[in-house]
Ligand binder design. Sequence first.
Ligand code: PHE
Ligand code: ZN
Length: 868
Amino acid sequence: MRTDTPQTVRLEEYRPSDHLIDRVELDVRLDDRETRVSAVLALRPNPAGEAGAALRLDGDEIDLVALELDGAVLAPDDVTASPSGLVLHAPPSRPFVLRIETRLDPSANTKLMGLYRSGGVYCTQCEADGFRRITYFLDRPDVLSVYTTRIEADRDEAPVLLGNGNPVEAGPVPGTNRHFAVWHDPHPKPAYLFALVGGRLGRVSAPFTTMEGRTVEVAVHVEPGREARAGYALDATLRAMAWDERAFGRAYDLDVFNVVAVSDFNMGAMENKGLNIFNDKYVLASAETATDADYANIEAIIAHEYFHNWSGNRVTCRDWFQLCLKEGLTVFRDQEFSSDMRSRAVHRIAEVRTLRARQFPEDAGPLSHPVRPRQYAEINNFYTATVYEKGAEIVRMLRTLLGADTFAAGMDRYFAENDGRAATVEDFLAAFAQASGRDLAGFAQWYEHPGTPRLSVEGRYDAQARTYALTFRQSLPGAPALMIPIALGLVGPQGALDGATCDRVRDGIFVLEMASDTITFENVEAPPVPSLLRGFSAPVRLETALGDVDRLTLLAHDPDPFNRWQAAQGLALRLMTGAAEPGTREAYGRALAGFLDTEALADPAFAALILALPGEGDVANEIGEGVDPDRIHAAREDLRRHLGAALGVRLSALRAALAEPPGAGFSPDAASAGRRALRNAALDLLAAADPETGAAEAAAQIESASTMTDRLAALAVLSLIPGAAREQALDAFGARYADEPLVLDKWFALQAAIPEAGTLARIAALRTHPAFSMTNPNRVRALIGSFPLSNPTQFARPDGAGFALVADAVLALDPINPQIAAKLLTSFGSWRLLEPGRGRLAREALERIRATPTLSRDVADIAARSVA
Ligand code: PHE
Ligand code: ZN
């Protein structure tokens, strides 16, 4: 039984459950303050467990009302029950049935785990361990059961009742104003995939016919009146279903697929079997209210949750240490989907930007952990960039190593051999080892070691022999040599050097397996520039001696678009950190000018990325120690001004050329979004060089904009230019969208990001805004969570007031919603990079939190690890 003292759970201590639950029959009577749950559990001893062991069911803040074993009431001595668990000291050694009745208060549930109410809608969230807040259970992912759920509620309060699986029966409860629905899910599943919903909901729907000929009713449910904003999510669902058949051979397996949007949700969304529940931010979209980035996120997250139906639900995880088995794999799958729906190169750059901005800092700081952690105090703190994003990179490397066809054969094998099972990383790798006939033991090390490997590369040209040798060295403290797939090629002043060959390079890939190795290219006419780690073929930090001229060559001539972008980023980083050679700033400006002249209109989305400078956080990570955020900010502003001035004429011309033709209808497709992105990137640089003209142009665009993308981008530009125009525009925007919480979130976040001393007061004032609420995670993330991430100079103010603001918010949130509080606290994760003065203040803020009595396990865990 779980106790209140923090306990460390260890992978090496995994033991199968002593009991199994084959069938679950739930009867849930929804009520605002007193919901009753009757659970009939068909139990039996697990042959793989310990014979005669006590039955220990998990519980969390629930009240036991009644308990029966095979229809009989238990003697008081046979059972120990508390809100956090129920123990049957001597359960039968044969199959038996427990009936458990519990009582809970959905309205008091601000943790948003278990059964809660969001905007009047009853909903559940059970991953990772929320089901134990509904009834006593073996709440672990390796206990799989077939569920039948009867949901009963008031007809007016909850006309729509949804559960997992297929609907089997519905009707009125005679003599009352209540009604019920019965749902049956034939697929055995762990409790974390259980869900139910009851409420007033509008819906949009469409039929989908699977490749196996099953007709599926697909529906997206939203707040009544918002149906028109659910169309894109529905369309994305249908495209995801078709894509998973085409790309992975995976068909849907129920008669209905329901998506429900709720306003209060701790994460992005949840893959409950047949009933995905979403943060409404990732469902609702219209041109007026959602940006192109929102549309892209909706498409990706809708797909992500749908893809879990196979990678997560049909094949689930044996224990929570295997979380990457479903999350890393499913992120990889949603990335591939988005790449197919959009531009592959552009999407790859976006993926790597996220990885570097979120996962690399995590892996370089005190919260670093292996993709498969070996221990945890609180599992909810392990839904991290490392598990998700680095986990996806590992799957991507596997495909790079094996080739697309063998990878596909391995995936088929994995699904076939583990269908209906709770699997491990070992099961996953075994499928690929068998499909390829290769030994993947070395590759498995990627799951085991924290930290980002360094890969240093040195090139040597031999003019006489016309050879070019590349020496690779990898290092990751505490880890053996990893298997690193390195996509590469040689580039000359005219483009790819196709004549050069190397027998260690196959299909453009060299696999480094040793700590160091040297490969040699033949037939190299002239000193080449190596293009390394094309497409970011491995999640490593690449260290080369490439000079600025080499990078300019790659920017101009590399056939790999990712590395062209990387070359531009590298040049900008060198300029901002003072590492660039004299004259590079001007040469960089000329290179971008040439690029804009010849290529920008052909691929505006890519051009927008080429123009986007690395963020202040990227620069801090590059510097790596003794960071002064004010200096980074100044260096970045300086480069923005220079580029804005150097490219000004071209940027204005591009804005004109890319202007939306009057009366053109809105489309969220990638090409249209790319044009908007470039147009707005141009405005941003223009305003940096000439704030007065920029402010006027931004103000005009705010007025004339026909999309939220254009309106918000212009407001963001204006928000960086102090003055009355900015304040007026902010006020007008706030008034215009006063009834649109998701739009106000953008407005909150934008103001929290203003790099000025007055921002702390601004945030304090906005906390009293009528739309703000500490119980709504989206609001908290928008106004407070975004602050440390997007405003490094004010978060790390030299007076410590930025740290104090976040620390105070963590302490205020902890009693309300520990998961959100803990997540907010992770923003201190890079404090060790800071110069000593700021570093000390950050540490003091962390210590103040640690010293607070009655912290949740979530916050206590992050605080302790952050200072360790
Ligand atoms: N499993 C969800 C996903 O798709 C994330 C999640 C975790 C949601 C825990 C809620 C609670 O990634
Ligand atoms: Zn997921």
